[in-house]
Design a protein around this ligand. Structure first.
Ligand SMILES: NC(=O)C1=CN([C@@H]2O[C@H](COP(=O)(O)OP(=O)(O)OC[C@H]3O[C@@H](n4cnc5c(N)ncnc54)[C@H](O)[C@@H]3O)[C@@H](O)[C@H]2O)C=CC1
Ligand SMILES: O=C(O)C(=O)COP(=O)(O)O
Length: 526
């Protein structure tokens, strides 16, 4: 597998990848066509905030399995497009939180005490002591917009220097805010009360330009710190508010245009402190996020759950060994069921019985859907299968029953076309040996694999012999079979494992015999 890294990450992460047999390539300055060429044969792409992962880029990378973001923000990644292409997107949401929070605190002090401005004057030979009268943070109010991981860490740190805490975050519980000693309020109140306003939301359509001229007007002499994302605060409005003294000062680590915001008015304003997106740039943070991202790439290559996947089912690592064998079984059951139905799929039901019903089975359900869609869709996998179902208006349901008749665990995939449904039920014997134990209500004991044929015929002497003869005539070798019937002399269903494709002509010849009602060739390959 080839891992392409397009933004600089710590050697600690690169070493995790290099310790495997995978190829690791870096293309730090690649852009435009060069970048598209570089991703053409990549199986994984690792980025930071410097690479725009667009739909075009994803289209240029047909073998991509995962995009790993060695950091938190994924606003530079088109996750929708990745999902459409069946590409996992995973970030590293923990590793740089402390670094980002420390940088935010440093920026709050830097602006409140004019440290960069005083520094520049002194380096220029001026002892401008009398010109700087700072603001003490002790006793002032910190307004936090976005009380997530970084926001909470900043709140804790600035609480310990004696600040009051007020926060605006519509998606956080009162209880969590209370634990931090923060009062939850609406945006307007937060702006009015904050002496220092610090932003910690992701950049989304909802947060873009959420702090503009009207919001800044509420600040009256306060400070604004943004170490989250450029574009959340309107840069022109902030530059003007600081210039006019409505806002006392601002400190920014992030810009609407990066790198080097070419015409941001903020760079011209004396009381605006800036850093070039350094929030996560500590050795510890970079090691953390690089290692975490490399591990997730390896998990994706192994088909294991990717812990921080943003668009794919993820699961608890300790439960994975119990669930893993069912992933393939469900896919197989889905593939068989859809080929037996052989008409438009309108419903898919995945039911779990016995021990497996106790587990988190999202990943198994996604895999069953993958099996159902595989014969129909190019490049379908557990990432995009749930979306394919949704887009096609296919009703997906999941049921769980804690008891399983005769077996420890059963997974049944039933596909329906609105008129009828075909259920294929599988289980695992010792050593995770997969068995199909029920097909459309018939009890069978079939080993799924390779190529199969399922025939329905009347239960009378000579029929199976006739089927064997016809198959032989078409050079199809029968490797194994299981015959099932509900009642003596009624309809029987037989599952054949075959070594060759069953040609249409063979099936037509079989079906021309009035004792044989239906034959279906099933391929589990691909
Ligand atoms: N400058 C840098 O180098 C770094 C920047 N970041 C950025 O910091 C930001 C925060 O990261 P985390 O705390 O890890 O994210 P998080 O997801 O843990 O927290 C974000 C919080 O924002 C809240 N939120 C979402 N929409 C909101 C809205 N419309 N109004 C108010 N609150 C809203 C969410 O409920 C959540 O609590 C992200 O934008 C991230 O990219 C993170 C690390 C380093
Ligand atoms: O983790 C984040 O969200 C960051 O903003 C850090 O960005 P970076 O990895 O330094 O480009």
């Amino acid at each position: 597998m080839k891992v392409l890294v397009t933004d600089p990450i710590s050697d600690a992460g690169l070493d995790v990848l290099r310790d495997t047999d995978h190829e690791v390539a870096t293309a730090y300055d690649a852009a435009g066509e060069t970048l598209l060429d570089a991703v053409a044969d990549a199986n994984a792409l690792i980025v930071r905030s410097g690479t725009e992962v667009t739909r075009d880029l994803l289209e240029a990378a047909p073998d991509l399995v995962i995009v790993g973001r060695a950091g938190i923000g994924v606003d530079n990644i088109d996750i929708d497009a990745a999902t459409d292409h069946g590409v996992i997107v995973a970030n590293a949401p923990e590793g740089n939180v402390r670094a980002a929070a420390e940088h935010t605190v440093a920026m709050a002090f830097a602006t409140a005490r004019s440290i960069p401005q005083a520094h520049t004057r002194l380096k220029g030979g001026e002892w401008a002591k009398g010109e700087f009268l700072g603001t003490e943070l002790n006793g002032k109010t910190l307004g936090v917009v976005g009380l997530g991981r970084v926001g909470q860490e900043v709140a804790k740190k600035l609480d310990s220097v004696g600040m009051e805490l007020i926060a605006f975050d519509p998606y956080i519980s009162e209880e969590r805010a209370e634990q931090l000693g923060a009062e939850l309020a609406d945006l307007e109140t937060t702006l009015e009360r904050a002496d220092v306003l610090t932003i910690h939301t992701p950049l989304t359509p909802e947060t873009a330009n959420m702090i503009g001229e009207a919001e800044l007007a509420e600040m009256e002499g306060g400070y604004v710190v943004n170490c989250a994302r450029g574009g959340i605060v309107d840069e022109a409005a902030l530059a003007e508010a600081v210039d006019d003294g409505i806002v006392a000062g601002a400190a920014l680590d992030v810009f609407a245009e990066e790198p080097l915001p070419s015409d941001s008015p903020l760079l011209e304003v004396e009381d605006v402190v800036v850093t070039p997106h350094l929030g996560a740039s500590t050795e510890a943070a970079q090691e953390n996020v690089a290692v975490s991202t490399a591990e997730q790439v390896l998990a994706a290559f192994e088909g294991e759950p990717v812990m921080n996947a943003l668009n794919a089912p993820s699961m608890d690592e300790s439960a994975f060994p119990r669930v893993e064998p069912y992933i393939e079984l469900a896919e197989t059951a889905g593939k068989i069921a859809v080929q037996l139905l052989d008409s438009r799929v309108e419903t898919v039901e995945i039911s779990y019985e016995g021990d497996i019903a106790e587990e988190d089975v999202d990943i198994v359900t996604a895999s069953a859907l993958k099996g159902v869609f595989q014969p129909l869709e190019w490049q379908v996998n557990a990432v995009n299968a749930p979306r394919i179902a949704e887009e096609r208006g296919i009703e997906v349901s999941e049921t769980k029953r804690h008891q399983a008749e005769d077996f420890q665990s059963l997974v049944t995939v039933t596909v329906g076309d609105g008129d009828r449904g075909i259920g294929v039920c599988g289980t695992l014997f010792a050593d995770d040996d997969a068995r199909i134990v029920r097909v459309d209500g018939y009890r069978v004991d079939a080993i799924p694999g390779g190529q199969m044929m399922v025939a329905r015929n009347t239960d009378e002497p000579g029929v199976i012999g006739h089927i064997g003869t016809v198959m032989g005539k078409y050079d199809v070798n029968i490797a194994g079979m299981f015959n099932a019937r509900e009642v003596h002399g009624g309809e029987a269903l037989t599952v054949y494992n075959v070594d060759q494709v069953v040609p249409d002509a063979a099936r037509e010849e079989l079906e021309s015999d009035e004792r044989i009602t239906e034959t279906k060739y099933i391929s589990l390959n691909g």
